[in-house]
Design a protein around this ligand. Structure first.
Ligand SMILES: [Zn+2]
Length: 552
């Protein structure tokens, strides 16, 4: 039985080649080899990018729980299980509905895509339509009386007339304007500009905990062709107020139970000293990522482009390459073509984000469970739905399965597998971004620095991203914040962003396993120190209101 979990994962990945599907058994030592072994399985294509609610994330959490059990941890989820299941629903389009115009049946995703917001649905079957004006220019809009009881249609600026700032049509002013509050629905011809991946994201829907609705007209993006079919002429020629054809059918957005549970996985390594083993040092990482795209791209082409134009991946502005940049991209791609053929890729594997933190969490648990127990206990929490707004960690700290005040500190590992100079000009073997370590407890920061100094190859802590008011707001964007808001000394550590951030190219072959091993070793040693030292880190900075919005 103890061998089964890894094999199960391998079986789940049976479609891929042997390197990844027949992993040897891991040892109890913390090792770069085991980290690699685990990451190739966890971030394999067949895990489909581990989006919460999808099979891949469920397989991953089953595997993590099975490993925790194999190591001999105590289950600390809901009701004595390993899992804390989040009461998520998926708010998405009801695929039983279709829109029709006369005899034409609209195609979901290419003709129209309802935005999965919580605007309460208003039936549109047999509803007249009206052209309402240019979305980005309120001076062209029809007035409320012409919109009431109808489906209103907006045109948009063609892409070539947009700037970087207006690259996406801002729908906020239309929605917040009371002028269209009486409309049955709002259609905006933004689908072509938004592109297939946005349409796919709208159709996938959102994971929500709050299933309440608000009384605003729902918004759907449509293609220019579909809008012209409704209005009867190309939008560019239409005058605001022009009556269009009657819409039939529906485009309901509903809330549906998840097909696969989104779960935090929680396990305890019980400490040896009964006087303090009710206190916990929490180690965390997130088990989810953002899933997959409907439209594949060529892996190497995207990587060549991003290496020149978007060095921070999704955190770099998305823009066209200059002529000079195109030359460099061409050179890179030619060198890749010389060694391998094109590879269509649509899976956002999340090897670094946050496969690296998750495998480190498992390796640390396996290693600590095989050695002498520290005095205090270690609480391992694998969060889900970090990518959806820190929802898993917020849920855990709002509904802790251990006494929240007994959590003496928390160390969150997110994207700890890169950080070479190719990824970040000022990075390298000693690079480590450290955020939040002294924001509640000076002593906590002192402990981390002391443990780091004792490492065979100490890291150089980059504290720049921890600066008050920092534009990237990392302090508010990582799971550690869900603990910090409750006054728990917590820190987020990372080896930084790179060109594969939130891209299909975030794959295991680009991970620096030696650096990942050193980060995991540092975290293990810090946990041991915090779990063994005479007292818990003292708080010497003010706690904030856990409900207040985060301000770095
Ligand atoms: Zn992450």
């Amino acid at each position: 039985m103890r061998r089964l979990p890894l094999l199960l994962l391998a079986l789940a990945c049976a479609r891929t080649n042997s390197v990844r599907t027949a992993p040897a058994r891991t040892s109890t030592d913390l090792s770069a080899a085991d980290l690699r072994l685990r990451l190739y399985a966890l971030a394999d294509d067949s895990m489909m990018g581990r989006a919460p609610g999808d099979p891949g994330n469920s397989i991953a959490t089953t595997h993590i729980a099975a490993e925790f059990a194999r190591f001999g941890l105590e289950p600390a989820g809901d009701n004595g299980t390993w899992f804390q299941t989040l009461p998520f629903y998926r708010r998405s389009v009801d695929r039983r509905d279709t829109l029709r115009i006369d005899g034409y049946i609209g195609k979901l995703g290419s003709d129209y895509a309802p935005i999965p917001s919580n605007a309460r649905y208003r039936p549109v079957d047999n509803t007249p339509t009206v052209y309402a004006g240019l979305a980005s220019d309120s001076s062209t809009w029809i007035d409320a009386s012409k919109a009431s009881g109808k489906v209103v249609i907006f045109s948009v600026l063609p892409l070539e007339r947009r700037t970087v700032a207006t690259r996406r049509t801002n729908l906020g002013p239309i929605v917040s304007s009371q002028r269209f509050i009486g409309a049955k629905a709002i259609l905006v011809a933004e689908l072509d500009a938004a592109g297939p991946s946005t349409a796919a994201a709208y159709l996938t829907g959102n994971l929500v905990l709050d299933t309440t609705w608000r009384d605003d007209p729902p918004v759907t993006v449509v293609s220019n062709d579909f809008a012209a079919r409704l209005i009867g002429i190309p939008l560019g020629q239409a005058m605001a107020g022009r009556t269009g054809r009657t819409l039939h059918g529906g485009m309901r957005v509903g809330v549906f139970p998840l097909e696969h549970p989104a779960r935090n996985v929680v396990g305890i390594l019980r400490g040896s000293d009964a006087s303090v083993n009710g206190q916990f040092v929490s180690l965390t990482a997130h088990n989810d990522h953002v899933g997959f795209d409907r439209a594949p791209v060529d892996h190497d082409s995207l990587r060549a482009f991003n290496s020149v134009v978007r060095p921070m991946g999704a955190d770099s502005p998305n823009r066209a390459a200059t002529a000079e940049e195109q030359k460099r991209i061409r050179t890179i791609l030619d060198s890749l073509r010389a060694i391998r053929p094109p590879r269509p890729d649509s899976i956002r594997n999340g090897a670094d984000d946050d496969g690296s933190g998750t495998v480190a969490l498992m390796e640390i648990a396996e290693n600590l469970a095989s050695g002498p127990r520290p005095r205090r206990s270690i609480l391992f929490v694998s969060h889900t739905a970090e990518e959806f707004g820190l929802l898993g960690s917020r849920w855990f700290t709002d509904h802790p399965t251990v006494n929240r005040d007994s959590i003496i500190s928390e160390i969150d590992m997110d994207m700890i597998g890169r950080g070479s100079v190719r990824d970040l000009p000022d990075a390298g073997p000693a690079y480590l971004e450290v955020i939040g370590m002294r924001r509640l407890s000076t002593e906590f920061g002192d402990v981390l620095e002391a443990v780091n100094k004792r490492q065979p190859q100490p890291f150089a802590f980059n504290l720049a991203f921890d600066a008050p008011g920092h534009p990237l707001q990392y302090y508010c964007r990582a799971d550690h914040y869900s603990y910090a808001r409750y006054g728990i000394p917590s820190v987020a550590i990372s080896r930084g962003e790179h060109m594969d951030y939130h891209q299909v190219t975030d794959e295991p072959q680009y991970i620096d396993y030696d650096a990942l091993f050193r980060v995991a070793s540092f975290v293990r040693d810090a946990a041991l120190e915090l779990a063994t030292r005479p007292r818990r880190p003292r708080l010497d900075k003010p706690k904030q209101d856990p409900r207040a919005p985060c301000r770095q």
